[in-house]
Design a protein around this ligand. Structure first.
Ligand SMILES: NC(=O)c1ccc[n+]([C@@H]2O[C@H](COP(=O)([O-])OP(=O)(O)OC[C@H]3O[C@@H](n4cnc5c(N)ncnc54)[C@H](O)[C@@H]3O)[C@@H](O)[C@H]2O)c1
Length: 387
């Protein structure tokens, strides 16, 4: 007998006894009196008796109790506060080593992005940089868009140099010499460019898009990775910072997506967009409070679904990737070293994700391999949100 069965059997006689005091023996399930089954719950809950099975299995812990108590592991802690750092305080991100190169293993050709031009916002660092690398390895030319233009330019050169190292048979990005995908056995070196834009500013978005179209001739795909989180108890959140957070995460996603969709419609060309949301758009992270970020990522997820419907007629697919806790420069962990173990204790696979765990997901959703997938959310979270 399991522990649960044993405890159920032990408590049953007590429950039967209580019920018998509420419902007279002569009552039958079909009698109108059976409604007392419902009303009996509230009577028991408020009788104050410690022997009451309802009261003994529930508590009302004091708010902000420091000690562990019922519910404490599922609550936010107002003591965990974190402001998004200044740009110069972030370490440089590294691109993934040793995962590209010529294909030694066969895979579906529909995963290839050969001949496509992709834009990644927030592509100079973290998840955006590694997703951009995945697109380059899959055959696309890439435009990195970022607030930090110097870093974007540095990483654009790094990506090309790395590609050439991993693909010694590659030949420069001279399109006339090697038309896209036409010369088998030789990889064309991708064209990777860097562009300044503040994604929250409509004028800045418009000028970045026209610069990209001028340099690459077209845009086929977009990944919106520019975004950030910070942590304040909601009642203490500085309003200007909250507006900025929504501006980058929500307005930025909207502005870039509508700009690229307009370009695709003008070209009468198919295309696909991947918005980077977060599992925070579906659950509430603990213990760090971050209500505006969670709401912003919920908006991103539903924006993807809504625009997928709106642009289906134009053959433009829109999907959302919602990562869980990923090992980027999460500076909140510097100030709160215990957070990592708290987070991983809630992740079924028992570890945080690596940026490269998004490489396959983003390639799939942008490529023709996902031709019938639109308006979907792909959670890459080690199972966090299913428990
Ligand atoms: N790291 C995680 O654990 C995690 C989890 C879920 C979702 N996400 C989401 O993934 C995306 C990328 O996160 P990351 O960890 O790589 O962040 P990051 O801070 O490492 O990189 C973000 C990049 O966006 C750029 N950026 C910021 N504001 C910008 C603006 N206004 N205009 C243009 N570029 C701007 C930054 O300069 C930086 O290069 C974000 O949308 C984030 O919310 C991250």
């Amino acid at each position: 007998m399991s522990i649960c069965q044993a405890s159920r059997q032990a408590t049953r006689p007590a429950i039967r006894q209580r019920i018998s005091t509420i419902i007279p023996r002569h009552s039958t399930p079909s009698a109108p009196r059976s409604v007392r089954w419902l009303s009996s719950t509230s009577v028991r809950a408020s009788d104050g008796s410690k022997a009451d099975p309802y009261r003994s299995s529930s508590t009302a812990a004091a708010p902000f109790d420091k000690e562990a108590h019922e519910g404490s592991f599922s609550r936010t802690d107002r003591g965990v506060s974190f402001e998004y750092p200044a740009e110069q305080d972030f370490p440089r991100s590294q691109i993934v080593q040793g995962r590209g190169g010529p294909h030694f293993k066969r895979t579906l050709p529909s995963f290839s992005l050969e001949g496509r031009v992709a834009v990644v916002t927030g592509g100079a660092r973290g998840l955006g940089l590694v997703m951009g690398q995945a697109l380059v390895a899959s055959g696309a030319d890439l435009a990195i868009v970022d607030l930090n233009n110097d870093e974007a330019a540095h990483q654009a050169k790094e990506l090309v140099a790395h590609f050439e190292k991993e693909n010694p048979a590659s030949e420069g990005d001279d399109r006339a010499k090697i038309p896209n995908g036409k010369k088998s056995g030789v990889s064309r070196t991708p064209k990777v460019t860097a562009h300044y834009s503040d994604v929250a500013d409509p004028d800045s978005v418009t000028s970045a898009l026209s610069e990209i179209i001028k340099e690459h001739g077209k845009i086929d795909h977009l990944v919106t990775s520019a975004g950030f989180t910070e942590n304040y108890d909601a009642v203490a959140y500085p309003y200007d910072r909250m507006k900025k957070l929504w501006g980058v995460n929500v307005d930025g996603t909207y502005l870039f997506s509508t700009g690229v969709a307009k370009h695709l419609m003008e070209r009468n060309a198919p295309g696909s967009i991947v918005m980077i949301g977060s599992m925070s758009g579906a659950i509430v992270n603990v213990p760090q409070p971050q209500a505006p970020y969670n709401a912003a990522k919920a908006a991103v997820r539903h924006l993807a679904a809504s625009l997928a419907v709106e642009w289906a007629h134009a053959n433009i697919r829109v999907n959302c990737i919602s990562p869980g806790y990923m090992l980027t420069a999460l500076k909140i962990l510097d100030d709160n070293p215990n957070l990592k173990s708290q987070w991983t204790s809630l992740i079924p696979v028992g570890k945080m994700g690596r940026p490269e765990d998004l490489m396959g997901a983003v390639t799939f959703l942008l490529s023709d391999a996902s031709g019938y997938v639109t308006g979907a959310e792909l959670r890459v979270d080690g199972g966090y949100t299913v428990t």
